[in-house]
Ligand binder design. Structure first.
Ligand code: 6GU
Length: 233
């Protein structure tokens, strides 16, 4: 997959995505990550990319033209363009699975108070990573690119399967343990060391249900409106 980021601060995305599994995915060619900086598309002496908001108010707003020109440089016919903004649709695992099917993603990262609203029609999708405010779209781009990259076939080694993991089946995962069996007096649950696969599966199912109910009651027993709706239509 090819990914390009339109950003004033490419290092905020490049550095974290040079480590660990995504770093390896880039080195092995599963992910091609490029950057384009709106500042390189300015024409004034100060290379201005932001200005005061019309109507007054605090902070600065990113100007439309440098962002437009940067996007134009990387956008192709098959590109899917995502604007990162706290006002966007909430990113989740289902969205990650959808994005993982695309050939080319382009992320537009706002900074300061945001980008001139007139660039929003250039995006196919507006995404937020949660209900809190970041300094810019860059850390959000890192989160989304990370979640999507690990879903590209071949990126995860066998044993890192993405089938039974948290959110994929609508539940949080059961807790994990590794050696030693007793650590500072704390024991691994008996079911996990029993060697009985049925018992282990039952224990994990119960733990997942309990944990989801406690930490994420909104996820517990997810409704299935898709199936119910289809019949009526
Ligand atoms: Cl995509 N951008 C910013 N600036 N803040 C956020 C966000 C995005 N998602 C959550 N908070």
């Amino acid at each position: 997959m090819r990914v390009d980021a339109v950003t004033l601060f490419p290092g905020m995305i490049d550095a974290p995505l040079s480590e660990s599994i995504v770093g390896r995915a880039r080195a092995e060619g599963f992910l091609e990550l490029g950057f384009v900086n709106p500042r390189d598309f300015t024409e004034d002496r100060h290379r201005t990319v932001d200005d005061k908001p019309y109507g007054g108010g605090t902070g600065m707003v990113m100007m439309a033209e440098p962002v437009y020109r940067a996007l134009k440089k990387v956008r192709k016919k098959n590109s899917f363009v995502i604007l990162l903004t706290p006002k966007g649709r909430k990113f989740d695992q289902a969205a990650a699975l959808e994005l993982a099917k695309k050939k080319h993603l382009v992320f537009i990262c706002g900074h300061y108070e945001g980008i001139d609203e007139r660039v929003t029609p250039l995006a196919d999708l507006q995404l937020s990573i949660g209900d809190y405010v970041l300094t810019g779209g860059e850390p959000a781009a890192v989160a989304v690119i990370d979640a999507v990259t690990r879903l590209i076939p071949g990126v995860l080694r066998k044993g890192d399967a993405t089938v039974n993991e948290t959110f994929t089946d609508g539940l949080l995962e059961a807790p994990h343990y590794t050696r030693p069996a007793v650590w500072r007096g704390s024991e691994v649950p008996a079911a996990l060391v029993s060697g009985n696969h049925k018992l282990i599966a039952e224990w994990r199912g119960k733990q997942a249900a309990e944990l989801t109910g406690k930490h994420r009651p909104d996820l517990a027993r997810p409704p299935k409106p898709a199936a119910a709706k289809k019949k009526g239509k």
